[in-house]
Design a protein around this ligand. Structure first.
Ligand SMILES: Nc1ncnc2c1ncn2[C@@H]1O[C@H](COP(=O)(O)OP(=O)(O)OP(=O)(O)O)[C@@H](O)[C@H]1O
Ligand SMILES: [Mg+2]
Length: 205
C-alpha cells in the first residue's frame, strides 16, 4: 500500500509511516484543538511535493486561513481555496483532479443522512485524492464525529482532544481507526506552537 507523508511533525510514525494514499480520513475535534492547522500541514506537504492541493472551506474565509498561516510563518499564497458547502462541492468539482483535499468542515452540512454522506464520500474518492474531512465535535461527547455516521464511512479517524487535568490543559491526539494500518490505540500529547502542530512521541494510557 502506498503511503504519503502527512506533513504533521511527529504524526506519520503513528500510522505505519504515512497516510494510505487515496484514503478519506476524518479529523474530529472540539473548537481550537488544531483541526485547521493539522489540515494546513497536510496541504503544505503536498505543495512542497508539487501536488495539486485544495482547501475547501465554509466555516472560515480563505483570507482568515491565509492570515492564520502567516502567523505560523507559512506562505499559503499558492494554495487553492474553494468556498463551498460540501453539497455544492460535489457538483462544482466533478471531473477535477486533486492529490490532496481538506474539507473544513463536514459539520457545515445541515443534514447528512447515511446515504447522502456515503454518496459524498464516494464522490471524493472518485477524484482520486487523499482527503481530510474535518468534523467539529462538542467538548464532551462519546461520538467521533458531529454527524455520528462519518466515522463509520471514512477510512480513518483522527480525534483531537483538549483534556484538563490538575489545572493543566493537555492536547491529545488519538488515531481511532485507520484501515489497513497497524495502529496503537493510545493517545499522544501534542502542542500547538508558533510553528504549528507538534506531536510528542510519548503516549498517554
Ligand atoms: N502561534 C501560536 N502559538 C501557540 N498556539 C497557537 C498559535 N497559533 C494558534 N495556536 C493555537 O491553535 C488553536 C487554533 O487552531 P485551529 O484554528 O487549527 O483550531 P480548530 O480546531 O480548527 O478550531 P475551530 O474549531 O475554531 O475551527 C488556537 O486555539 C491556539 O491555541
Ligand atoms: Mg478550524
Amino acid at each position: 500500500m502506498e503511503r504519503i507523508k502527512s506533513g504533521v511533525p511527529g504524526f506519520d510514525g503513528l500510522v505505519d509511516g504515512g497516510l494510505p494514499k487515496g484514503f478519506i480520513v476524518l479529523v474530529s475535534g472540539a473548537p481550537g484543538t488544531g483541526k485547521t492547522i493539522f489540515g494546513l500541514h497536510f496541504l503544505l506537504e503536498g505543495i512542497r511535493n508539487g501536488e495539486r492541493c485544495v482547501y475547501i472551506t465554509y466555516s472560515q474565509s480563505p483570507k482568515d486561513i491565509r492570515d492564520q498561516g502567516a502567523v505560523l510563518g507559512w506562505d499559503l499564497s499558492t494554495l487553492e481555496f474553494v468556498e463551498l458547502r460540501p453539497e455544492e462541492f460535489e457538483e462544482s468539482l466533478a471531473g477535477k483532479r486533486y492529490d490532496r483535499i481538506v474539507l473544513d468542515s463536514l459539520s457545515s452540512v445541515a443534514v447528512m443522512t447515511r446515504d447522502s454522506l456515503g454518496r459524498f464520500i464516494s464522490k471524493v474518492k472518485e477524484i482520486g485524492c487523499t482527503a481530510l474531512l474535518i468534523s467539529e465535535l462538542p467538548k464532551e461527547t462519546q461520538w467521533l464525529s458531529r454527524d455520528t455516521i462519518s466515522e463509520f464511512l471514512c477510512d480513518g479517524v483522527i480525534v483531537l482532544k483538549s483534556v484538563e487535568a490538575a489545572g493543566d490543559v493537555k492536547n491529545m491526539l488519538k488515531v481511532e481507526k485507520m484501515r489497513s494500518t497497524k495502529i496503537d490505540h493510545k493517545s499522544f500529547i501534542y502542542n500547538l506552537t508558533g510553528k504549528g502542530f507538534e506531536l510528542k512521541t510519548y503516549k498517554v494510557s
